[in-house]
Ligand binder design. Structure first.
Ligand SMILES: Cc1cc2nc3c(=O)[nH]c(=O)nc-3n(C[C@H](O)[C@H](O)[C@H](O)COP(=O)(O)OP(=O)(O)OC[C@H]3O[C@@H](n4cnc5c(N)ncnc54)[C@H](O)[C@@H]3O)c2cc1C
Length: 303
């Protein structure tokens, strides 16, 4: 057993009741299956535990990194010093608020939230079924698919600040735009969100979800580790079409490759490193720019 770092000793002393793991491989928590060890990773189960983590972080003067399901991040090969707060599967309560709205905590997956709404006969989250991230991650970056977006159904969001205090932000205050919310500029953690939905027969909602899942399975390389669309949609085009036109399907750097099935996806063919993926994204962006004059920007968050 290697000696504990000073931060690990302090986390153990200050947060004895919260599930914690030291030198936890990030690759276990990212859909790319990439990333070295996190010095400290904590798994708060309730909003109270999360607040305690934030209070201790403020006391120790560290800014924790928030991880949902890790389906939109590229974690570094060398790992991460400091504190990672993992919410997936921890903070994941869901409840009905009234006739047409539900509240979902940040760590529940979007697929679970969509199924919960469908079972209640509430429509609006069908698009989110099949997006593999958490509700917290989805709200943070205004996830969307097949014409639906979080901002279309979000009513309000409870956001915790770095001192552990929770503020309720309206949809307008969240400053949503394409794959973006105000939380990218102002530090804050999504604790949960309320969604305003519309009544519809459950079977019709389920049918739509099956249809979208079939589209996903037919067009996306779901059998290979990835982080979904590697690039944001540029003005006046689609990243996948531009990459395909530039002849880059199958293009590789090490074990990182442009998917043969969907040119918008970067996939890990087995032993890809974060450096391979970064270099792949850089080269693809340059080649597409040379081919089309359009500059692609990564959608995946590079840590
Ligand atoms: C196969 C596949 C298909 C995908 N399809 C889609 C799609 O159709 N549409 C789409 O939009 N995306 C898609 N994605 C990408 C991804 O699922 C979404 O971006 C999702 O919203 C990320 O959520 P997450 O919990 O995994 O976030 P993470 O990847 O864990 O984190 C992403 C960012 O959000 C921040 N974050 C996470 N949780 C919180 C929180 N509670 N509070 C504050 N910040 C937080 C993190 O710090 C990080 O900056 C796909 C990914 C894969 C692998």
């Amino acid at each position: 057993m290697t000696e504990m770092t000073i931060l690990q000793q302090k986390i153990q002393a200050f947060l004895p009741d919260i599930v914690t793991s030291f030198q936890e491989p990030m690759a276990r928590h990212t859909s790319f299956r990439i990333g070295g060890p996190a010095e400290c990773m904590v798994f708060p189960k309730t909003a109270e535990e999360l607040a305690k983590v934030m209070e201790v972080s403020a006391l120790l003067d560290i800014a924790p990194v928030i991880l949902g399901a890790g389906t939109n991040v590229l974690a570094p090969d060398a790992g991460m010093t400091g504190l990672v707060v993992c919410l997936k599967g921890c903070l994941d309560r869901m409840e009905r608020l009234d006739e047409t709205s539900i509240y979902v905590q940040a760590g529940a997956t979007m697929t679970r939230a969509a199924i919960f709404a469908a079972d209640l006969g509430l429509s609006g989250l069908e698009f989110a079924h099949g997006i593999p991230g958490t509700v917290g991650g989805g709200v943070y970056m205004n996830a969307g698919a097949y014409g639906g977006e979080i901002c279309q159904v979000c009513d309000y969001v409870d956001v915790m600040d770095l001192q552990g205090k929770v503020r309720r932000l309206t949809k307008e205050e969240m400053g949503f735009s394409y794959r973006h919310s105000v939380l990218e500029e102002e530090a804050g953690i999504v604790v949960g969100a309320a969604f305003r939905l519309e009544p519809k027969p459950t079977e019709q909602i389920r049918e739509r979800m099956r249809e979208l899942q079939a589209k996903r399975s037919a067009s996306q390389p779901l059998d290979k580790p990835s982080a979904g669309s590697a690039f944001k949609r540029p003005a006046g085009g689609y990243a996948a079409a531009l990459i395909d036109q530039a002849g880059l399907k199958g293009f590789r750097v090490g074990d990182a490759a442009v998917s043969e099935k969907h040119a918008g996806f970067a996939v890990n063919l087995g032993q890809a490193t974060a450096e391979d993926v970064k270099e792949l994204l850089r080269q693809v962006s340059d080649k597409v720019f040379a081919d089309s004059g359009i500059r692609l920007e990564p959608e995946v968050r590079i840590w």
